[in-house]
Every structure is written in structure tokens, then in C-alpha cells.
Design a protein around this ligand. Structure first.
Ligand code: FAD
Ligand code: DHB
Length: 389
């Protein structure tokens, strides 16, 4: 088999890259380890920056998002009993779109199907070869048969546990990591969201987040110790704990119901540099992980694809390598800004097991400063709604 760009991973970053390249006449093959149903069963991100919204439209995959997604011009931050609204529309004239990653992925698959793109599912043993040469190759198996794909470039869009990042020699890679001493327990339920906008709540019992997918589908999260297992959390225990962490007037309005999904995700910050080595480009979670607090994971994957697709289109259309040569530096500059925002929001809102009274006063002062200062809110809103590409 032969293609121009081999794409490892059929999550949001791989599918969006494939879609944008195909629309510019560049041939791709997407290799995905799991079945399509499995990829679509993952419940992950829910908030899209406006740049992400525009990228999905540009890819021809935005119609259902525009019809069914919810435009939000603000969100709430709460601390113990107090709650205030950050009005990013009034502060900056900007909004975010609430539309789940599952739906984004479904729309990208539909758009890829419509243009006859090649996506191979349930491939195993993917290995990258000759990345430092002009003729890289990807070997893999499917249904027990061995295959080889030759290409000009490889896009590593295969998430944090994929094969692409470790294909860069260890002596070239510089990895930065911070692991947080807690996780998030997430619950999806067919209940009306407790408020029309998201609530990020700090509390002595731990952080809580009220989010949603649509008017009859809620997504809630609570901070839990890393030692907890999903089986430790009955629905009743979850709802009681969530209510205990929300301001009383919000808790009183919370409609509970059976969970339809429940999972625990650890929190981590991770970046690898550089994001390009020879013919290989890393994108999305393959290169970086943010704690979910700032809702940046999916949005960063999309901004990586913005830079890479632009560079590859420039290369194939004009023979100009400037964009692909600048990819790693351009993507990393934006990634570190989002890393900092996600780290600072995580630090301000969570209860750390080893924190002192002093540390907790610092968190209170951070939140009080944000509540008091319009200038601070503008900076926060600029980061939350998404920095420019
Ligand atoms: P992925 O979505 O991970 O896609 C990578 C794809 O590559 C997968 O389909 C995988 O099956 C495939 N793959 C892996 N290895 C191989 C291989 N060897 N060969 C072939 N294919 C391979 N972000 C938020 O903003 N908010 C959230 O609430 C949130 N919750 C999350 C919860 C969890 C449990 C996780 C893991 C992530 C969460 N994120 C969240 C982050 C967000 O979902 C990711 O940033 C986003 O999915 C990144 O997209 P991606 O395409 O780069 O990677
Ligand atoms: C969701 C997840 C987040 O991490 C976040 O900051 C906002 C929303 C969600 O799943 O809806």
C-alpha cells in the first residue's frame, strides 16, 4: 500500500487531519486499533473553543454541531457557598460550544465516509520504520495478515498510549510531566442539567463540575482519591457527594437519576518536545496531556491539526516546507499556554491531600481575586474560550 500521509489513530485528531488533507487533494490512510463502535463509546470532552468550532466547519463536519450544540456565553465558578458567573461574552465578545467529543468523532467519521476516505479499523502491531529517511514505512496486521504502507509523512495521532511517541529515539525526546494526587469520577445521566451553564466548584470535600451534553443529558464530575475504584461509588453515594460540594441553592435543584456511564480518569500534565522527528509529526494526546479542568485536551488536539494541516497543504501545493518545519515550535507555544491555564485552574480548585492551611488561603485568595477583578476575569476568559491560533 502507498499513500502520502499515514495517520496513526482514528480519534478526533487523526480524523480531522485526514478530513482536512483529503479536502485539499492529499491522500491519507488512517490506521485505528479499535473498532468504530468502540471509539464512539468513549465519553470524553464536552466544551469546544470557538477555534475548534471553526475548524470543524472548515472540515465540512460542522452542520450537526451548529444545529444541536449549545452556544455558551459564560460559566460559573463556585467556592463553598459563594458562586459567581464569568460572562465571557460580555468580557470579550466570545463564546464556547457545548458539544460532546463523541458527537464530534461521529460527525468526522460521517464526513470521511462521504468523501470515501480510507480508515482501517482493528489494526494491530503498528510499527513505524525509516522515519529519518525520505521513504518512511508503517507495518501493521489486520485480520492476522501483515501489511506495509509506504508514505511521505506519518502523523502520530494515537493518543497517550500509542506507538508514535516511543518511535522517536529516547535521546531526542524531552518529556515534562506532573501527576496530580487525585482523579475525576465522571457520571453521565439522562437528567436535565442543574444549570444552563457549567459550574466549576471548589469545596473542602474536593472539586466538583456540573456539565452537560444536551437539555436531557447531564455530565457531572467529582474529585476522588486515586485509590478509589468505580465500584466504590454507587449512584446514591455519587449524588450525595456531588450535592455536598455544590452551593445549597444549586444542590436543591439537582435532579438525580441512574448513571448511564461512570468512570475514573487520573489527572496528569505531560508534554514531549519536539513534536516532529524526521517524517513523523506528533499530534494531540500522543504529544501532550492536560488535566481536564480547563477543558483543553480536545481543543489542543484541534489546534495541533490546524498547524500541521496548514503546513502539509503548503508543502504539497507549493513545495514549501516552511509550515511543517515550524510545526513543532508553533504548536508547543500554544500548548504551554494551555498547560499553564489547566495547571493553574486545577491548582486553584482542587483539594490536595498534603496542602497546608497556608496553601488553602492561597487558593481562596486566587478565587477571590478572580471574583473581584474584571481584568483577571478577562485573562481567564481569554484562556478558557481559547487563545488565537
Ligand atoms: P485519542 O482520542 O486518544 O485518540 C487516539 C486514537 O488512537 C484512539 O482511537 C486509539 O484507539 C488509537 N490508537 C492508540 N494506539 C494505537 C496504535 N498503536 N495503533 C493504532 N491506533 C492506536 N478532554 C477534555 O477536554 N475534557 C474531558 O472531560 C476529557 N476527559 C477525558 C477522559 C479520558 C478517560 C481521557 C483518556 C481523555 C479525556 N480528555 C478530556 C482528553 C480528550 O479526550 C483528548 O485530549 C482527546 O481525545 C485527544 O484526541 P486524540 O485524537 O489526540 O487522541
Ligand atoms: C467537561 C469536561 C471538562 O473537563 C470540562 O472542563 C468541562 C466539561 C465535560 O465532559 O462536559
Amino acid at each position: 500500500m502507498k499513500t502520502q500521509v499515514a495517520i496513526i489513530g482514528g480519534g478526533p485528531s487523526g480524523l480531522l487531519l485526514s478530513q482536512l488533507l483529503n479536502r485539499s487533494g492529499i491522500a491519507t490512510v488512517v490506521l485505528e486499533r479499535k473498532s468504530r463502535d468502540y471509539v464512539l463509546s468513549r465519553i470524553r470532552a464536552g466544551v469546544l473553543e470557538w477555534g475548534t468550532v471553526e475548524m470543524l466547519r472548515e472540515a465540512g463536519a460542522g452542520a450537526r454541531m451548529d444545529a444541536e450544540g449549545a452556544v455558551h456565553g459564560g460559566c460559573y465558578l463556585a467556592s463553598e457557598g459563594a458562586m459567581f458567573r464569568l460572562d465571557f461574552n460580555a468580557l470579550l465578545g466570545r463564546n464556547v460550544m457545548v458539544y460532546g467529543q463523541t458527537e464530534v468523532t461521529k460527525d468526522l467519521y460521517a464526513a470521511q465516509d462521504a468523501i470515501g476516505a480510507t480508515i482501517l479499523h482493528e489494526v494491530d502491531d503498528v510499527a513505524l520504520h525509516d522515519l529519518a529517511t525520505a521513504t518512511p514505512r508503517v507495518s501493521f496486521t489486520q485480520n492476522g495478515q501483515s501489511h506495509e504502507l509506504t508514505c511521505d509523512f506519518v502523523a502520530g495521532c494515537d493518543g497517550f498510549h500509542g506507538v508514535s511517541r516511543p518511535s522517536i529515539p529516547a535521546e531526542v525526546r524531552h518529556e515534562f510531566e506532573k501527576v496530580y494526587p487525585f482523579g475525576w469520577l465522571g457520571v453521565l445521566s439522562r437528567t436535565p442539567p442543574v444549570r444552563h451553564e457549567l459550574i466549576y466548584a471548589a469545596h473542602a470535600r474536593g472539586f466538583a463540575l456540573c456539565s452537560m451534553r444536551n437539555p436531557m443529558l447531564s455530565r457531572y464530575y467529582i474529585q476522588v482519591p486515586l485509590t478509589d475504584r468505580v465500584e466504590d461509588w454507587s449512584d446514591a453515594r455519587f449524588w450525595d457527594e456531588l450535592k455536598a460540594r455544590l452551593p445549597a441553592e444549586v444542590a436543591a435543584d439537582l435532579v438525580t437519576g441512574p448513571s448511564i456511564e461512570k468512570s475514573i480518569a487520573p489527572l496528569r500534565s505531560f508534554v514531549t518536545e519536539p513534536m516532529r522527528w524526521g517524517a513523523l509529526f506528533l499530534c494531540g494526546d500522543a504529544a501532550h496531556i492536560v488535566p481536564p479542568t480547563g477543558a483543553k485536551g480536545l481543543n489542543l488536539a484541534v489546534s495541533d491539526i490546524h498547524y500541521l494541516s496548514e503546513g502539509l497543504i503548503q508543502f504539497y501545493a507549493q513545495g514549501d516546507p516552511a509550515g511543517i518545519d515550524a510545526y513543532s515550535e508553533r504548536a508547543l507555544a500554544r500548548i504551554w499556554q494551555a498547560m499553564r491555564f489547566s495547571w493553574s485552574l486545577t491548582t486553584m480548585m482542587h483539594r490536595f491531600p498534603d496542602s497546608s492551611d497556608y496553601d488553602r488561603r492561597m487558593q481562596d485568595a486566587d478565587l477571590a481575586g478572580l471574583m473581584r477583578s474584571e481584568a483577571a476575569q478577562r485573562v481567564w476568559a481569554e484562556n478558557y474560550t481559547g487563545l488565537p491560533y
